[in-house]
Design a protein around this ligand. Sequence first.
Ligand SMILES: *[C@@H]1O[C@H](CO)[C@@H](O)[C@H](O)[C@H]1NC(C)=O
Ligand SMILES: *[C@@H]1O[C@H](CO)[C@@H](O)[C@H](O)[C@H]1NC(C)=O
Ligand SMILES: *[C@@H]1O[C@H](CO)[C@@H](O)[C@H](O)[C@H]1NC(C)=O
Length: 415
Amino acid sequence: MAKYLILLLLVSILGAATSTPSRSCNQVYSVIDYGAVGDGDTDDTQAFKDAWKDVCKSSSCSPIIQVPGGKTFLLQPLTFNGECKPGQIIFQVDGTITAPSDPNDWNCHGNKYCKQWITFDEVANLVIRGSGTVDGRGSTWWERHSSCKGHKHKDKRVCGKKPTGLTISHSQNVHLEGLTFKDSPQMHVAFDRAEWVYASNLTIQAPGDSPNTDGIHLQHAKNIFIDHSRIMTGDDCISIGDGSSQINISRIACGPGHGISIGSLGIDGENETVEDVHVSFVVFTETTNGARIKTWQGGKGFARNIVFENIRSEGARNPIIIDQYYCDHKHCTEHSSAVKISNIRYENIYGTSRRKPAVHIACSKAVPCTDILLNNIHLEAVDDDDDDGDEPSAFCSNVQGHAMGHVFPPLPCLS
Ligand SMILES: *[C@@H]1O[C@H](CO)[C@@H](O)[C@H](O)[C@H]1NC(C)=O
Ligand SMILES: *[C@@H]1O[C@H](CO)[C@@H](O)[C@H](O)[C@H]1NC(C)=O
Ligand SMILES: *[C@@H]1O[C@H](CO)[C@@H](O)[C@H](O)[C@H]1NC(C)=O
């Protein structure tokens, strides 16, 4: 009798397992089923909103929003709010998502500026993945931006803060994988007040002369992993802003662009902090900076516990740079306070540098940099036709620390 009961139990468990369709966990919600057209012209914003609304209500354990390949979906600025579902949501993007090409066609809900294009806010357990492209069509913004300086009747929308491509804010446990981001009006991807974000296998691409088109920007971001990505932009490949900590960046091809930057920190006397950053296996190709830390005069706070290692420079200018006199306009004066920079390690950095000095460490007179370590550095000048000569140089001031192993060019201020 007992045997029979166990058999019965077994049969019913197996029966339940096989009769539950496996797709119930990954129920698919295609934006097409919500009326998206995907011809690149029709506004598909509402379809995306409706699909998200249903996914939010879904009882499926890990539902998938599908943006199918072979189509182009035009989206106005929109926010996906994640305060809806405790489980995982998968955003599968294989098609192209595109923004309106003319800044005046952007629907910014009555706001003077469009600060963000696509936003995921307050999400937890989100996976955004696929082979698709997110195209911000920023070229018109950039062209008009060039006429902003000194012009009397400024185009308010274009001359103010331009929109970020994808923003992930107030969120945790987010994976971003495989996508291509291109031509954002401003920075391409921002993690703002986000934790446990894993970004990998991304391609980010904008012309080398496009203004402020950072690849990935971090702000108040913690436990962020950025891995195995190619970033070619007109500004920092990755910029690490105030309030960020526990950041791991590896296997990045950067360039054109302005390098991987911590800061700029401490603008207008602000107290800003960044700590525990690890950057490794990066190639900088023809970038204007490489491994960079920049702070403004007069700031407070710190940048500390930072490692840049296993880095190759292919003709970057200033492959290694700490600049505590950062200033992007004319009227900057020296102050008696500065963001404190300490415990910074540069290790195994080699290759070529386009312009002297290959190593530039300019620390504040009032608040010198401490515990700066350089170990195994070899940077040669790019062999080209200009008259600079072939000897790269190094500059440093107000630095306390050590040079170890082979360090070329030698740093006069480190023993
Ligand atoms: C990277 O993403 C592409 C799609 O963009 C995909 O085809 C490829 O398999 C991914 N590679 C890895 C290593 O995940
Ligand atoms: C950073 O990530 C890489 C690859 O994802 C890993 O190999 C490495 O151990 C991590 N480093 C730290 C300091 O967490
Ligand atoms: C700056 O902020 C950090 C972290 O929030 C804090 O620990 C520190 O005391 C602040 N420093 C000043 C001078 O306000």
